[in-house]
Ligand binder design. Structure first.
Ligand SMILES: Cc1cc2nc3c(=O)[nH]c(=O)nc-3n(C[C@H](O)[C@H](O)[C@H](O)COP(=O)(O)O)c2cc1C
Length: 175
């Protein structure tokens, strides 16, 4: 049995968790053993052959749990080329990906030792009902007041599966 692939994610309102599961399922369909887990779970990153990390952006930042995971696993991750997916925009328009791409780049630059194989931006989901206090208060902020009345889900499941299938091909050819 080849050593498994780790898909580790952080989420605040659940949408990144669902993307992580979809990435995991696409890898399994390609015949690869996978573990999907939260970055807060007890994980021995060195037990995995490859690592895919997923995180949303909030106010231009990755949640603290992702920064802690990276710092905690610096030793192992610095000898790997992890893939990164980042959720952010609420539309699929390419121009709306530019700011999140820059935000993700700046956040990951805090870990100068990290050499990701790729940092991929996916559209995300806005669902105020799933945001917990105090973040839930943002629904009273003028720019979000209108937007937040009905959930917006811009996640492109086909693009997510295609991205994961591309990683599976790279891993299989490297085996
Ligand atoms: C209060 C708030 C702030 C956000 N800030 C950003 C941001 O700075 N950049 C971005 O690209 N997306 C931002 N988003 C969008 C989230 O990244 C997106 O909704 C994502 O799907 C949430 O992931 P989660 O459900 O896993 O927590 C923000 C969302 C909320 C609710």
């Amino acid at each position: 049995m080849p050593s498994p692939i780790l898909v580790a994610y952080v989420t605040r309102s659940g949408s990144t968790a669902e993307v992580a599961e979809a990435v995991g399922n696409a890898l399994r369909e390609a015949g690869l053993p996978v573990k999907v887990a939260r970055v807060q779970d007890p994980l021995l990153v060195g037990d995995y052959r490859a690592v895919i990390l997923g995180s949303p952006l909030y106010m231009g930042r990755l949640p603290g749990a992702m920064h802690h995971f990276l710092a905690r696993n610096r030793h192992v991750l610095s000898s790997m080329r992890p893939w990164f997916f980042v959720l952010g925009p609420w539309t699929a328009a390419p121009k709306d990906f530019e700011v999140p791409r820059e935000q993700a780049k700046q956040q990951l630059a805090k870990h100068s030792w990290l050499q990701p194989a790729e940092v991929h931006i996916f559209a995300g989901r806005l669902d105020m009902k799933r945001l917990r206090f105090p973040l839930s208060l943002v629904r009273f902020m003028p720019p979000l007041r209108e937007l937040s009345k009905t959930p917006l889900d811009a996640r492109d499941w086909e693009a997510i599966r295609a991205w994961a299938a591309g990683i599976a091909r790279q891993l299989r050819s490297a085996a």
